[in-house]
Design a binder for this molecule. Structure first.
Ligand code: PHE
Length: 368
């Protein structure tokens, strides 16, 4: 039965003490039953509400109603009860708010000994990394860097590089043409550049001699993808034009570049070759950096690995940029071009070019 205040009819100290005991045991018991914020508020109101709380009731029913001679005794006890009830209410409230903040602490607890969340670090793609490394070797020799568009005109990709219309050398370039261009003159037709060489022409149109540029970039050819071919790949082109540039400058430059890139003990070898825009032209091989030239599977037992094409700029090419100061009687130059994927594959021992394009993290993270 819930405690309720009743009028006193016996004001003897013993009776008063008994009434006090009853009330205290009731408040103690009710305080113990308080388990939440809501309980605690109801408990406070029941005992302490100014209007009709139990303290107010004992004030009215016990003290005010007490006959004069008993008022002192009753007053002392009512005061004592007030103190005790307030203490019980406060204690209950404190207990509830402690446990509320404790459970908040528990739920928001941070275990600083747990391992952190590791965010995987990105890495430069091996193709871009190789391309940047090649560019860096030439930048260190004073070359500047130029870029050009991947959609190029027939004129810049072929004609100004001394591939005349219908010349069979065009067939070696497996060109992807932009559709619907038939009504344009051939030289204006658009295609996906098959090499970075058109940027030689762009660079010479933009800058009079002397010039030294390297041109990293993406190129396209109608090749079926296999372990060594991809319809999209990357090249780094180089061009140096000045007075008195000779084939030995070309040899010295590329020999230095290959040593800087692959290590100072590689040797280079130049073979006669053909490109329409260079004369004479050469293919460059380096001693196999795996076996050191003794012969192994990588170099097909030859001791040499063929790496790039180069040559002296054909005077016919200068004709196309003559108006910008390129007079083949006064200046000469050399050019070279290399495939980035091929070099990256050789350098890192990768046997399938497709690995570069598949985005497999297990492959890529080896370059982190
Ligand atoms: N453009 C040639 C190719 O893609 C490479 C090259 C560049 C050769 C410059 C000579 C000089 O095959």
């Amino acid at each position: 039965m819930a405690y309720s205040v009743t009028k006193l009819d016996d004001y003897s100290p013993a009776a008063l003490d008994a009434a006090v005991r009853d009330l205290l045991s009731a408040v103690t018991q009710e305080a113990g039953a308080v388990i939440g914020e809501n309980d605690s508020k109801l408990f406070r109101d029941r005992w302490m509400a100014r209007k009709n709380g139990i303290l107010t009731q004992i004030n009215d029913l016990w003290l005010k109603a007490a006959p004069g001679p008993a008022k002192r005794e009753v007053g002392a006890r009512v005061n004592q009860l007030k103190t005790e009830v307030e203490r019980a209410v406060d204690a209950a409230q404190q207990r509830i708010s402690n446990s509320a903040s404790k459970s908040r602490f528990d739920s928001e607890r941070l275990d600083i000994t747990l391992p952190g969340i590791r965010r995987p670090l990105g890495a430069e793609h091996p193709v871009l990394r190789t391309m940047n490394e090649i560019v860096q070797v030439f930048r260190a020799m004073g070359y500047s860097v130029a870029e050009g568009p991947e959609i190029e005109t027939d004129y810049l990709n072929f004609e100004a590089l001394n591939f005349p219309p219908n010349h069979p050398a065009r067939d070696t370039q497996d060109t992807i043409f932009v559709a619907g261009q038939e009504r344009k003159p051939q030289r204006d037709r658009l295609l996906l550049r098959t090499h970075t060489s058109p940027v030689q022409i762009r660079a010479m149109m933009a800058t009079p001699p002397p010039i030294r540029v390297v041109v990293p970039g993406k190129v396209h050819r109608a090749d079926t993808a296999d372990a060594t071919h991809s319809p999209i790949f990357h090249q780094v082109e180089g061009l140096a034009v000045d007075s008195n540039i000779t084939f030995s400058d070309l040899k010295g430059t590329l020999d230095h570049a290959m040593k800087a890139f692959f290590g100072s003990n590689v040797k280079t070898r130049f073979f006669p070759s053909f490109f329409p825009f260079t004369e004479p032209s050469a293919d460059v091989s380096v001693t196999c950096f795996k076996c050191g030239g003794k012969g192994c599977r990588l170099c097909k037992m030859s001791g040499w690995i063929e790496l790039l094409g180069c040559g002296m700029v054909d005077p016919n090419v200068f004709q196309f940029v003559k108006s910008n100061g390129y007079d083949s009687r006064k200046i000469s130059g050399f050019a070279f071009g290399m495939g980035v994927e091929r070099i990256a594959m050789l350098k890192y021992g990768i046997d399938d070019i497709q690995l570069f394009y598949q985005g497999d993290v297990r492959f890529l993270e080896q370059f982190a």
